[in-house]
Ligand binder design. Structure first.
Ligand code: FAD
Ligand code: SIN
Length: 530
């Protein structure tokens, strides 16, 4: 076991982690930054982002409209000051991305081409074809490679935060300070101690807690679970966003996304009989906020007993469509779906978590020295339902805020040298003989969440879910205590914690808002939010 020290420790290499590392490394060339990430350095939700990034770019658009759209989508549960700040800083962040080398699509006039997505009152999505996330991830990794004071450690799985808890004399309250993390080096199979003055959780989302999700296998909520175990405030976990149009491919996980930008381009949602059912639900039809569209699809499926609905692109200009959506077109083609003449089968899938580690407007969590950024954080921007393409944006804006905090506090050394940090003690643990026990529990959690804690919830479903999760918790903790640690057992433990948080916080919410909908709450109408 070794001890590594850095000035800044970033956990995660998606847009949040990479952008913070770049900004900080450029401003503080004398400081050392470690980015530890549990898979290949590019693997992340970021890499799969399709639609793009929302920003007021067109002269005819306005901050007021982007703010209003964000608040309407969020069912007014957003923090208005955070919304204003993020929206106003968006154009600056786009310029920063362009400076770092990100390529966005341009129209025939040579201007940046702006797409449209659900909940947006105008075209304001900067994009690179339908692979915006891949373009951004590559750009950021290239910048990171240019900076000598950043070390990227792939296949380094963060297990837990290193924290010190003490009761303050004045207030009698518990004060918690973070000093680093215990990290499993998956190449040596050793758990090393990483210490730093500033620690950033940028570990992404939780999609894998559901059986059907657009999120890659890394999205197991590790950072949120670690922060929760360390007693950080974790909030709004009941607000899980289901994307209305994941490709319907039974048995395939993760689900391939058919971008909302396709509906922004004019595609229609139809049921099996060909009806454009969104017309009877909301005047914005296919471009209503995501929670409304997903619930409407869910109702259609419950009513009809069908497995999926369809996305109809057959009336669209295919020359333009090919330019905008080459990746989606290729995927459909590979499955024998001719988008020009056939409808694409789609179904909602878990996509994004609005909640997470509670942070203030500068990215500080409730634990000293610990920041959280990106999808693992809850900033107040999204309220009860995220407006499309506001997520990459949030990570960039808060990434800048956190970098600035770290830069401005450059001389402040809060690392307590007298503190004895114990090394991870692994004596006496065994390698499990059968990994099937771990994968079985993982699948069971995913099925519980998909069956009982998805788009529509109820008190009875939540109670049943909690009972099942309780048993799985006992079983997983027993396995965790006696096993030699592996990413699989750690992810299982984290998924269990995440599922528990989603269920518990759902039980506490007594009003339907945005993405949260319970049959037992008063407001059981599909509300029309304009
Ligand atoms: P991520 O990009 O997920 O990065 C998390 C990182 O943490 C990864 O590198 C992961 O390996 C690492 N990590 C996790 N756990 C550990 C651990 N225990 N130890 C070490 N490392 C760890 N948003 C938009 O705004 N526009 C879009 O068009 C859009 N399209 C999307 C399409 C898809 C298919 C998906 C899945 C999401 C989309 N989103 C979109 C959402 C957006 O991509 C994510 O919310 C955003 O990229 C999250 O960035 P992040 O840096 O917080 O997390
Ligand atoms: C999409 O392209 O539909 C995803 C956009 C998002 O999640 O913001």
């Amino acid at each position: 076991m070794s001890v590594f020290k850095a000035d800044i420790l970033v956990l995660g290499s998606g847009v949040a982690g990479l952008s913070i590392a770049i900004k900080t490394a450029q401003a503080l060339p004398e400081k050392s930054i470690i980015i530890a990430t549990k898979a290949d350095e590019s693997e992340s939700n970021t890499k799969y982002a399709q639609g793009g990034i929302a920003a007021v770019w067109d002269k005819l658009d306005s901050f007021e409209d982007h703010i209003k759209d964000t608040m309407v989508a969020g069912d007014q549960l957003n923090d208005p000051e955070v919304v204003k700040m993020v929206v106003e800083e968006a154009p600056h962040c786009m310029k920063q991305l362009i400076r770092w080398g990100t390529d966005f699509d341009h129209n025939l006039l040579g201007e940046i081409d702006l797409g449209k997505e659900g909940g947006h009152s105008t075209n304001r999505i900067l994009h690179y074809k339908d692979i915006t996330g891949f373009e951004i991830e590559q750009t950021l990794l290239e910048q990171v490679r240019l900076l000598k004071n950043i070390s990227v450690l792939p296949y380094h799985f963060a297990i837990d935060l290193i924290t010190n808890h003490h009761i303050s004399k004045n207030e009698g309250q518990e004060e918690i300070t973070c000093y680093g993390a215990y990290i499993l080096n998956q190449k040596t199979n050793k758990i090393d101690t990483f210490l730093a003055s500033s620690i950033v959780l940028a570990t992404g989302g939780i999609g894998q807690v559901y059986a059907a999700t657009t999120n890659p296998v890394i999205a197991t909520g590790d950072g949120i679970a670690m922060a929760y175990r360390a007693k950080a405030r974790v909030t709004d976990m009941e607000f899980v966003q289901f994307h209305p149009t994941a490709l319907y491919q039974p048995g395939v996980s993760p689900s391939f996304l058919i971008s909302e930008a396709v509906r922004g381009f004019g595609a229609y949602l139809r049921n099996k009989s060909g009806e454009r059912f969104m017309l009877k639900v909301d005047s914005r039809a296919e471009l209503a906020p995501r929670d409304i569209v997903s619930r409407a699809i869910n109702s259609e499926l419950i009513f009809s007993g069908d497995t999926n609905v369809y996305l109809d692109c057959t009336h669209l200009d295919m020359i333009d469509f090919k330019k905008h959506f080459p990746n989606i077109l290729d995927m459909c083609k590979s499955l024998g779906i001719d988008v020009e003449s056939q409808w694409i089968p789609v179904v909602p899938a878990a996509h994004y978590l609005m909640g997470g580690i509670d942070v203030d407007s500068k990215g500080y969590s409730s634990i000293s020295n610990l920041f959280a950024c990106g999808e693992c954080s809850c900033t107040g921007l999204h309220g009860a339902n995220r407006l499309a393409s506001n997520s990459l944006l949030e990570a960039l804006v808060f990434g800048n805020k956190i970098a600035n905090e770290i830069i401005e506090n450059r001389s402040k050394r809060i690392f307590d040298k007298s503190l004895a940090i114990p090394e991870w003690d692994e004596e006496g643990t065994m390698v499990p003989k059968e990994n099937v026990l771990i994968s079985h529990n993982r699948k069971t959690i995913q099925n519980i969440m998909t069956d009982l804690v998805a788009i529509v919830r109820s008190n009875e479903r939540l109670e049943k879910a909690l009972d099942h999760l309780d048993y799985l918790f006992q079983d997983t903790e027993k396995a965790y205590e006696k096993s030699k640690l592996s990413p699989q057992i750690c992810e299982l433990r984290n998924l269990n914690a995440i599922a528990y948080l989603v269920v518990k916080q759902s039980m506490e919410r007594k009003e339907n808002k945005g993405a949260f909908y319970s049959l037992d709450n008063k407001n059981t109408q599909l509300e029309k939010r304009k």
